[in-house]
Design a protein around this ligand. Structure first.
Ligand SMILES: [Mn+2]
Length: 313
């Protein structure tokens, strides 16, 4: 079996159609190479212009049994945004704040009809949180052995209602595994340190490059703004992370594909057995697919073909 693995789409249906065409698939599922399968890494919605059409394409392929997809943090957030908490009929699992609503506006515009919206949200909830196909693995943000085992043993890898309700309580394992698998691990900076992210929010924690094996300094381990790193690059990681250790993805484990990290430079996106396929279509860059071939089983992912489509607006 060969696989074509597609990163974050975020409503960019035109680019998706173009990419599928380049890869040799028709979007109606009528033409499909026999020995090949599409894999989607989640984040189908929000931000981009055509949420509805993107969902229709992905859902059609998945429901026809021609593709597999995992849940992204944007699908998870959407499920929470549209699910009442039960305690009070006006409350939702995800707050309808200006910030949360703004982030979700493209989806809301495309689904004004409540019944249709509920159908889509129900479909989101059927998406697995990760997939282990044996020869390769996929997850939206981070493959973490413990999180994967927990979700598999306790919930059979599905976000049922019990899991969902627990996951919004910060004191639960359910919250922590969703954070890890769908949003990626973060660590706190030493007290007194902070930086401003690209949305100009002040932050005291940073995302970790969990796929890197050599994590000795902050500069090697953390996704942080350049000016912050220039000041602190050589500071030892332990100095800033306290005793919060981090096990990198094992170098001898099966290849793992993920999205989520949109702003990585290309040379940071791959190791021999990990690949980030979010090429930041949201900010006018590209939609990407990696073509995984069985003959390449023991070859590094850095040598595999990546097919891209440029932003079309
Ligand atoms: Mn994303």
């Amino acid at each position: 079996m060969e696989y074509d693995i597609i990163g974050d789409i975020h409503g960019h249906a035109r680019e998706l159609e173009c990419l599928l065409d380049k890869l040799g698939y028709s979007t109606d599922g009528k033409y499909y190479p026999k020995e090949s399968r599409l894999l989607f890494l989640g984040d189908f919605i929000d931000r981009g212009p055509e949420n509805r059409r993107t969902i229709e394409i992905v859902q059609r392929l998945v429901q026809a049994g021609l593709a597999s997809a995992v849940m992204g943090n944007h699908e998870y957030n959407a499920i929470c945004y549209h699910t009442r908490s039960g305690e009070n009929d006006k409350e939702f699992l995800r707050d309808h704040s200006e910030k949360n609503t703004g982030q979700h506006q493209a989806f809301l515009n495309d689904y004004p009809d409540k019944e249709e919206r509920e159908q889509v949200i129900n479909w989101f909830q059927t998406l697995p949180l990760y997939l282990d196909l044996g020869e390769l693995r996929m997850v939206h943000a981070c493959w973490d052995h413990e999180a994967v085992c927990f979700v598999d043993e306790r919930y059979n890898n599905h976000l049922n209602q019990d899991f969902l309700l627990r996951s919004v309580d910060k004191n639960t394992n359910e919250y922590r595994v969703i954070e890890t698998l769908l949003k990626g691990p973060e660590r706190s900076l030493k007290s007194g340190y902070s930086f401003f992210d690209t949305d100009n929010n002040q932050r005291e924690s940073f995302r970790l490059k969990w796929w890197k094996e050599q994590l000795h300094t902050l500069g090697e381990a953390a996704i942080l703004p350049q000016d912050f790193l220039e000041l602190h690059f050589n500071d030892s990681l332990s100095l800033h992370c306290g005793d919060q250790s981090m096990d990198a993805y094992p170098g001898d484990a099966p290849p793992v594909f993920f999205g989520h990290y949109a702003k990585l430079p290309v040379d940071e996106s791959f190791t021999h057995n990990t690949a980030c396929l979010d090429y930041n279509i949201v900010e006018g860059k590209q939609l990407a697919a990696l073509r995984w071939k069985k003959d390449f089983k023991n070859r590094p992912l850095t040598e595999m073909e990546v097919v891209t489509v440029d932003f079309m607006g």
